[in-house]
Design a protein around this ligand. Structure first.
Ligand SMILES: Nc1ncnc2c1ncn2[C@@H]1O[C@H](COP(=O)(O)OP(=O)(O)OP(=O)(O)O)[C@@H](O)[C@H]1O
Length: 704
């Protein structure tokens, strides 16, 4: 018989999180001893009278507390499933069964009392003529619905009733029914829930392993059980019991962190679907396999996200953290350039001055505004670096249209601009990434074994070219996560223009773990539509996303002017003080100048606040920030304030005749609203001023 092993369940972590801190320490110490030898004579197993499942025992942690342990009949893995005061632990243990599902082969925990109640209710109900589902038993079972709960599922008539079964059903069964209730096909549901994923562990040479150990390791069981094979890992897992993402992943999340991909891979998902979580897990998994001199680069578009990721990875990883570098893309490019001396990046004013130089002897008939726009599109969005590439570059849909001769003139103007900027001793960001690409491409050995990219929707083709230069084309070279709806800086860029070829390696994340379904649906309905032109030339279309928890509908507030808005918001914040800690409330506006009135309103009411500017991380009191600044963050309550005409959407500053640019501008503003709204976990308020006329931003759009 092999050495006994330890696993923990997500409910054990929940229970641990509820214990006083001093007690948690004791549990951690106990868990270590238990892991070392679950059969040790020093472990005090106690059998419980009248238990529903006789494989369950309690074990003594101290005089007061007990852990609940499952030792499956045929397996060799002991599972810590609960911890509590003696009496409560006994009650919990008495009332649970652990069953391997006959179809999915996953290990499920059922609350006997709740199951009996649901079944009894179903038994008293009359024939269900308005059934929510009309599938046969075999189909239900294939979704992991426990056989005992089939009658209760058959009696459901509405999504609200389904929500009431959430805590009774295993997670995969509930998720399947939610998708089914949304009208998804059986095959789609199986795919979304991860029921079609290969059970790798079952297929390997584990035939001799007992059924219950196999069940524990199955894809669906990994939502709630995790085997822990070292003390280090145990410490890491138990030190942050509230942060379940560290341990329990959705089968698709798990697949994306562990699978090897033949080349660059793209993961798409809406806000809050765990893209950053997956990217961090993957970085760690890859780092664990590297030799000491190899590195993973984890890069983001914004500085703040890079800082967050760095600080989370530091606590999430062990020694492998040394092999992961986290830097936002421009900081990383600058570090290449600084190896050969100081670098100055051109400001907007510097760039304008250089274009003024071009205007003095303009080789084209085009205004410098048009040239400037064309330069950015060509160099940043399309990643073009040579005249020949530009002459061949398709500009379909762009205005004004240009003949080949005119394009040659435009390129001459670009050269004049580049020269003017060079003489100023400064570099544009495109210049920074292009120079950094050249340096890294000529480096003696490849710099990174793997590069992981978060916020992929905001990178330009010149950024992608730089990223491509950092890692040799090979399996698992590039892993990119992105949400096209959160693109707020530039127009869409094709990865292929940055020499990154995704082929069919596109995956999606569909469960929103952050936001209630009410907020998710509201925000999605008001964001720009997804288009297949974003990121890669593939036929992926709208990605269904759902949140599995509910909350209040977003609240719209209307105010006559900014003064009354700022007073009302200060009062609102005060009224929320029993519901949310102040640090969990964010007031978000479109532009920094809007914060002035809000700050004075808060001061008048004596409400403490922190303004999140470029460098400030979340501080004490209510958080105040712009929509751009809250990207990547989350709060329990978000108040989007100051939506007024000429403030949101901001004024279009492009050329009047350029309808395409105008549409892009509106889409970017819509995306900003989406970003801001999806920072809210529980509650969203949206406040308008002066009879906000752009109501299509708040009431329009489809909800999906
Ligand atoms: N498997 C999981 N279990 C529990 N919580 C999870 C899981 N995956 C993600 N989360 C939580 O969901 C929230 C969103 O995760 P994350 O920030 O990775 O999403 P995202 O897709 O990167 O979001 P956004 O694009 O909106 O910034 C976080 O609070 C995270 O801890």
């Amino acid at each position: 018989m092999s050495v006994p092993r330890l696993a923990i369940s997500n409910e054990f972590m929940d229970a641990l999180a509820r214990l006083p801190k001093s007690q948690r320490k004791k549990v951690q110490e106990f868990a270590k001893k238990f892991r070392a030898d679950p059969k040790s004579a020093a472990i005090n197993y106690e059998k419980i009278h009248n238990m529903a499942d006789d494989r369950v025992r309690t074990v003594r942690i101290d005089q007061k507390y007990r852990a609940v342990v499952l030792h499956p009949d045929s397996g060799n893995t002991y599972v810590l499933v609960w911890v509590d005061n003696h009496d409560e632990a006994m009650d919990w243990a008495r009332n649970r069964t652990f069953e391997v599902h006959p179809e999915t082969q996953s290990l499920q925990i059922l609350n006997v009392e709740q199951v009996q109640q649901a079944v009894a209710q179903a038994a008293t109900a009359s024939a269900n003529e308005n059934a929510l589902f009309s599938h046969d038993d075999a189909t239900f079972l294939s979704f992991g619905i426990p056989p005992v709960l089939l009658p209760a599922v058959r009696q459901l008539q509405s999504k609200e009733q389904l929500t009431q079964l959430q805590n009774v059903l295993p997670a995969e069964a509930f998720e399947s029914l939610v998708w089914l209730a949304e009208g998804e096909s059986i095959e789609s549901v199986k795919e979304y829930v991860g029921l079609l994923l290969e059970e790798k562990e079952q297929k390997s040479s584990l035939d001799e392993i007992a059924e219950e150990d196999r069940a524990l390791a199955s894809n669906q069981s990994s939502r709630r059980f995790r085997r822990v094979d070292s003390d280090d890992e145990l410490d890491r897992v138990l030190s942050a019991p509230l942060e379940q993402w560290r341990v329990f992943l959705h089968p698709h999340q798990r697949q994306m962190t562990q699978q090897s991909f033949a080349g660059p891979t793209l993961v798409l998902g809406g806000a809050g679907t765990g893209k950053t979580i997956v990217a961090m897990h993957r970085a760690r998994q890859l780092a664990l396999k590297l030799s000491p001199d190899e590195r993973v680069l984890f890069t983001t578009f914004t500085k703040n996200l890079a800082e967050n990721v760095r600080s989370v990875l530091r606590t999430f990883c062990g020694d492998e953290y040394e092999r992961i570098e986290v830097q936002h893309i421009h900081e990383h490019a600058m570090s290449w350039l600084r190896t050969s001396g100081p670098v100055q990046v051109a400001s907007d004013d510097d760039i304008s001055l250089a274009w003024d130089q071009v205007a003095i002897d303009n080789p084209t008939k085009l205004e410098t505004d048009v040239l400037r726009d064309e330069w950015f599109y060509t160099h940043a969005i399309r990643g073009v670096t040579t005249r020949d590439e530009y002459l061949q570059m398709s500009r379909v849909g762009r205005t004004p249209s240009l003949s080949r001769r005119e394009k040659a003139g435009v390129w001459k103007a670009f050269e004049n601009f580049d020269e003017a900027l060079r003489l100023s001793g400064k570099l544009s960001w495109v210049g920074v990434t292009t120079t950094a690409s050249n340096l890294s491409a000529t480096a003696a050995s490849p710099t990174y074994r793997h590069v992981i990219v978060d916020e992929g929707q905001d990178f330009t083709a010149s950024d992608w070219r730089f990223i491509r230069s950092l890692v040799r084309p090979a399996a698992d070279d590039l892993f990119i996560v992105a949400d096209p709806r959160q693109r707020i800086y530039h127009e869409p860029t094709q990865l292929a223009d940055g020499d990154i070829h995704i082929s069919e390696r596109i995956h999606r994340l569909q469960i929103n773990y952050r936001t209630t379904e009410q907020i998710r649906s509201w925000a999605t309905g008001r964001s720009s539509a997804l288009t297949t032109a974003d990121l890669c030339d593939s036929s992926w279309s709208e990605i269904s996303t759902h949140s599995l928890f509910s909350g209040p509908e977003p609240v719209l507030l209307e105010h006559d002017d900014q003064q009354s808005e700022s007073n009302a918001i200060a009062e609102l914040v005060l009224s929320l003080k029993d519901e949310f800690p102040p640090e969990e409330i964010a007031i978000v506006v479109r532009a920094g100048w809007l914060l002035k009135k809000l700050k004075s309103g808060l001061k008048k009411e004596g409400v403490e606040f922190t303004v999140l500017d470029g460098d400030t991380s979340v501080g004490s009191g209510v958080q105040l920030a712009t929509m751009h600044r809250v990207k990547g963050l989350e709060f329990r309550c978000v108040i989007i304030a100051g939506l007024a005409d000429a403030v949101f959407p901001t004024k279009f500053r492009g050329r009047d005749e350029d309808q395409r640019a105008r549409d892009r501008h509106i889409a970017a503003e819509q995306n900003l609203l989406y970003v801001a709204a999806t920072r809210a976990r529980d509650q969203l308020y949206v406040s308008t001023v002066g009879g906000f006329a752009n109501s299509q931003f708040l009431t329009g759009g489809e909800s999906c």
